[in-house]
Design a protein around this ligand. Structure first.
Ligand code: ATP
Ligand code: MG
Length: 770
C-alpha cells in the first residue's frame, strides 16, 4: 500500500519520531509528565494506519479512561485527515475485555448475555454467602470479603490458586467463600468487574487456539499509563503480545498512583526483561509547563527514594512562579479561589485573561469539593465536577438531607420513602406498601400513615418494632428543631447518629465508606453557614435547581486521581496540609510506600498545569464545629524557593505570616523569605493559631489582592467572636443595628435598637463602621 504523506510526523521531536516510526518489536516509552507520550502514542496509531501496517480493527489500544479513549479516537481521525471507520479495540481494559468475553463466555461456563454486577449486587451476594456460614458478620463484615476477593482478582488469582500464605484470609473462610462466590456467579450467569479481566486471562491460559487467534489478529498493541496496570492486566497484555511482540507501552513511574488498587509499578520497570530487545525511548522535553512549574514538580518528586529518576527540560518562557498562599481556614481558601477565578477571567496580576474552561481545581479528597461548590454557587461561578457526582448529588448526602427534610417538614413523602429503610430496618416493599395504602386511604402523609400503622399494629414483627422507633425518633427530632438547647449542627449530628445512618457507613468496609463519612462531616460543617436547618435546606434546593448546562465556560473540579493525563492552563491545588495531603493514612503507615504514592500524586497535580499553578493551604479546618489546626503539607517544604512566589493572604494588610514577631511588609519576596525563615513546622502552625493572626484576620478591612463581593460579612466570617468587645456597635441583616451585650461561644448577645435583645450567630453580624 502506498504510504500517504505524514504531516503528523513533523509535529514530533526526534525521540518521539523514533518511538512512532519503530513500528515493529517491543517499544517502551518511559518519560516524565507532559513529554508527549500520549501524543506520540496517538501519532503511532496514525502512522500504523498510514503505512498500511494494520487495519483499524487490528490495533489493540488501551487507555485508562473511556474519556481518554474517545479523545484518542478523535485525534487519530484529525491527524489522519479523514474519519476512521471505527477502532473497536480502542478502549479501557474493561471495555475491551467485555467484548472478548461475550465472544467466548461459554469457555468459562457463562452465556454470552451475562450480566455485569455492580458493587452493590456483588456485596448482596457475598452477604448471602456469609449468612449461610456461622461466621459472625459483625466481626467479619462481608465488605471485607469483597475486598479480599477483589484483591485476588487484581492479581489474577483464581480460587484454586490462592497462595497458602493467604489461606487465613477472612477468618480462614476466604478461599472457600471465593470458590462459592464464583460458583454462584456462574449460576446467575453474571460477572463482577474483576472477572472481566480474570476470565479473559483464564481463557487465554487454557485455550491456546483462542489465544493464538487473537495473537494473530492484534498486529499492534499500544498501552497508555502503563505504570498503573495491575497483575491481571499485565498478564492479559503479555499473553496477547506474545505473538507479534509488537507492543508499545508508555508510562511514567513517577505517576503511579493506583497502588492502593493493586497497580504494580514494577510492571513498567520489568518491561525490558519481559520483552528482550525492547526499544526504550526516553523523552525529556516537556511541552506542557513553564520552567517554574517544572522545577517545582521535579523538586517535589526528588523526595522519593524509589524511582528511576529522570530529567525534564523545557524551552518555554519562564512565566509565572508557582504561587503559594496560606489561608486562615478552608472557607477562606474557597472564597479566595472564587475571587481569583473571577479576576483571572479579566486578567489580573499582570497575567493574561483565562477562560474558566482553562482552569481546574484538583483536590486530594472528594469532600474538599463541597466548600468550592458552595462558594461557586453563591457567587454564580459556573463549574463542573469531573469523575463523580456533585457534592449534593452524592448518595450519602441525599440520604442525610432526606432525614433533615423530614424532620423540618413531615409532609415530605419523597424524603420518607428515601430513608424509611435506610439503614436497613426490615421495612421492605411489603411494609412500605402497607404504609402507602394507609396514607392514601386516610388522606394523610406517609409519616402519619406510618404512625397509624404502628398504632394499629398493621406491620408485624421486627419491621413493625423498627417503624415504631423511627416514628418516635422523627417526632422527637422534630421537637428539637429550633430548640435553644442545641444548635442545628448538633441536631443534625444527633439525627445521623441516632437513626443509625452514620453507623451504617462506619460498619461498611468498602474503600468508599471513609469518603462517605468524610462527606457527612462536611455536610454538617456546611450547616454552620446557616442560621437553622430550614435555611440550609432552602439554600440547597435553590442550588440544585441551578443545574442546567448552558454550554458556557466552566471551571473544572476533580480529584487528583481523575486528573491523570489531563492538562489545564491554570491549576489550583488546595488543601496542601499534613493529614489531608499527604493523607493521614499514608502518614500513619509504616514505611514510605504510602507517602511516596502521595508524593507522586503531588507530582501529577503540579504537572497538570501549563502556565499558572497555585498551591494553597489553610491554617485551620473546622470539623464538627471544632477548629482543627492544620500544619502546612510537608510537600510545601519540598517546593524550591526560587520558583515559588508566596502570595499575601487576604485580610492581612501589609503583614507577614501573622504577628509572630515578623516584620510587616506586603512584598512577596520578603514574604517568601519570611516563610522560609520559619523552618520549624510546628512553629509555623503556631503562627496560624496565634491571637495576633486571628486579630489581624478578623479586624482587617483592607483586602490587598481583590475586592470581595461581600466584604462586610467576610470580615466577620474569618473568625468573628474574638473580634468583638462588649458595647461595640454591630449590624445584623435582619435585626439592624445594636450593641454587643455578651459573647458566648460562637454566639453574640446583642441589644438591637429596634428588635430588642437577641442572641445571634456571630457570623451573621458585622461591625457597624458607620
Ligand atoms: P502525561 O504524563 O501527563 O500523561 P504526556 O507525556 O502524555 O503527559 P502529552 O499529553 O502527550 O504528554 O503532551 C503534553 C502536551 O505537549 C500536549 O499539549 C501536547 O500536544 C504537547 N506536545 C507533545 N509533544 C509535542 C511536540 N513534539 N511539539 C509540540 N507540542 C507537543
Ligand atoms: Mg499522557
Amino acid at each position: 500500500m502506498q504510504a500517504r504523506p505524514a504531516p503528523y510526523l513533523d509535529e514530533l521531536n526526534p525521540a518521539q519520531r523514533q518511538a512512532v516510526e519503530t513500528l515493529d518489536g517491543p517499544v517502551l516509552m518511559l518519560a516524565g509528565a507532559g513529554t508527549g507520550k500520549t501524543k506520540a502514542l496517538t501519532a503511532r496509531i496514525v502512522h500504523l494506519l498510514n503505512q498500511g501496517k494494520a487495519r483499524p480493527n487490528e490495533i489493540l489500544s488501551v487507555t485508562f479512561t473511556n474519556k481518554a479513549a474517545r479523545e484518542m479516537k478523535t485525534r487519530v481521525g484529525r491527524m489522519l485527515g479523514q474519519a476512521i471507520e471505527g477502532m473497536p479495540w480502542l478502549g479501557t481494559f474493561h471495555a475491551i475485555s467485555v467484548k472478548l468475553l461475550r465472544r467466548h463466555a461459554e469457555l468459562v461456563g457463562l452465556k454470552s448475555n451475562f450480566t455485569i454486577l455492580d458493587s452493590d449486587d456483588q456485596l448482596r451476594l457475598m452477604k448471602q454467602l456469609v449468612a449461610a456460614t456461622n461466621i459472625d458478620d459483625k466481626r467479619w463484615p462481608p465488605r471485607q470479603l469483597a475486598n479480599v476477593i477483589d484483591g485476588w482478582k487484581n492479581r489474577a488469582i483464581t480460587p484454586d490458586r490462592v497462595p497458602a500464605a493467604e489461606a487465613g484470609a477472612y477468618n480462614h473462610e476466604g478461599p472457600r467463600l471465593y470458590a462459592e462466590y464464583q460458583a454462584r456467579l456462574k449460576e446467575l450467569n453474571a460477572v463482577d468487574f474483576g472477572d472481566l479481566l480474570l476470565h479473559c486471562v483464564t481463557i487465554f491460559q487454557t485455550h491456546e487456539d483462542v489465544l493464538a487467534q487473537y495473537q494473530r489478529w492484534f498486529r499492534y498493541i499500544l498501552v497508555d499509563e502503563y505504570q498503573d496496570t495491575n497483575v491481571a492486566q499485565y498478564l492479559w497484555l503479555r499473553l496477547l503480545a506474545a505473538g507479534h511482540r509488537n507492543i508499545c507501552c508508555v508510562g511514567d513511574d513517577d505517576q503511579s498512583i493506583y497502588g492502593w488498587r493493586g497497580a504494580e509499578v514494577g510492571n513498567i520497570l520489568r518491561f525490558e526483561k519481559d520483552f528482550p530487545g525492547a526499544h526504550v525511548v526516553r523523552l525529556e522535553q516537556n511541552y506542557r509547563s513553564t520552567p517554574h512549574i517544572l522545577a517545582a514538580a521535579s523538586s517535589v518528586i526528588a523526595g522519593n527514594e524509589s524511582r528511576l529518576g529522570k530529567t525534564l527540560w523545557t524551552d518555554a518562557d519562564d512565566g509565572e512562579k508557582v504561587r503559594l498562599i496560606g489561608h486562615w481556614d478552608g472557607d477562606e481558601e474557597a472564597r479566595w479561589i472564587g475571587e481569583e477565578l473571577e479576576s483571572m477571567q479579566k486578567g489580573t496580576r499582570g497575567m493574561r485573561a483565562f477562560s474558566l474552561d482553562d482552569c481546574a481545581i484538583l483536590v486530594r479528597a472528594s469532600h474538599q469539593m463541597r466548600a468550592f461548590e458552595d462558594r461557586f454557587l453563591t457567587i454564580g461561578l459556573p463549574y463542573r465536577v469531573i469523575g463523580g457526582p456533585r457534592f449534593y448529588e452524592r448518595m450519602e448526602i441525599r440520604d442525610a438531607m432526606a432525614y433533615f427534610r423530614l424532620v423540618t417538614s413531615p409532609e415530605d413523602d419523597l424524603a420518607f420513602e428515601r430513608i424509611v429503610n435506610v439503614p436497613k430496618r426490615g421495612l421492605g416493599d411489603k411494609a412500605q406498601q402497607t404504609i402507602q395504602r394507609i396514607a392514601r386511604d386516610r388522606g394523610v402523609t406517609l409519616v402519619d400513615g406510618a404512625r397509624i400503622a404502628v398504632a394499629e399494629e398493621a406491620i408485624k414483627g421486627k419491621g413493625g418494632a423498627a417503624l415504631r422507633v423511627l416514628v418516635d425518633d422523627l417526632a422527637r427530632w422534630g421537637r428539637l428543631v429550633g430548640s435553644a438547647d442545641l444548635t442545628h449542627m448538633e441536631l443534625a449530628e444527633q439525627i445521623l447518629d441516632e437513626s443509625g445512618y452514620t453507623a451504617m457507613w462506619q460498619n461498611d468496609k468498602t474503600p468508599e465508606a471513609p469518603g462517605r463519612l468524610e462527606n457527612l462531616k462536611e455536610l454538617v460543617k456546611a450547616l454552620e453557614g446557616f442560621e437553622n436547618l430550614q435555611g440550609f435546606l432552602e439554600h440547597v434546593s435553590l442550588v440544585m435547581d441551578n443545574e442546567t448546562d448552558d454550554g458556557g465556560a466552566k471551571v473544572s473540579v476533580m480529584t487528583l486521581h481523575a486528573a491523570k493525563g489531563l492538562e489545564f492552563p491554570a491549576v489550583f491545588l488546595p488543601g496542601w496540609e499534613d493529614g489531608l495531603f499527604p493523607s493521614q493514612r499514608s502518614m500513619d503507615e509504616q514505611g514510605l510506600k504510602g507517602l511516596e504514592e502521595e508524593r507522586r500524586l503531588a507530582y501529577v497535580g503540579i504537572t497538570r498545569a501549563e502556565e499558572v499553578c497555585t498551591i494553597s493551604f489553610a491554617g485551620n479546618r473546622r470539623v464538627f464545629g471544632q477548629w482543627q489546626s492544620q500544619m502546612p503539607s510537608r510537600f510545601i517544604d519540598e517546593l524550591p524557593e526560587a520558583h515559588v512566589e508566596v502570595l499575601t493572604p487576604p485580610g492581612l494588610y501589609g503583614g507577614g505570616y501573622g504577628a509572630a514577631g515578623m516584620a510587616a511588609s506586603a512584598s512577596p519576596e520578603i514574604m517568601a523569605r519570611q516563610m522560609s525563615d520559619i523552618d520549624d513546622r510546628a512553629q509555623r502552625a503556631d503562627v496560624y493559631n496565634s491571637p495576633g493572626w486571628r486579630r489581624l484576620q478578623a479586624r482587617s478591612t483592607e483586602r490587598p489582592m481583590s475586592q470581595p463581593r461581600e466584604s462586610r460579612n467576610q470580615v466577620i466570617d474569618l473568625e468573628a467572636v474574638s473580634a468583638y468587645v462588649i458595647g461595640e456597635r454591630v449590624f445584623h441583616q435582619k435585626f439592624g443595628y445594636g450593641a454587643v451585650a455578651g459573647i458566648e461561644g460562637d454566639k453574640v448577645e446583642v441589644d438591637f435598637e429596634k428588635a430588642g435583645t437577641k442572641k445571634v450567630v456571630a457570623r451573621f453580624i458585622c461591625a457597624a463602621d458607620d
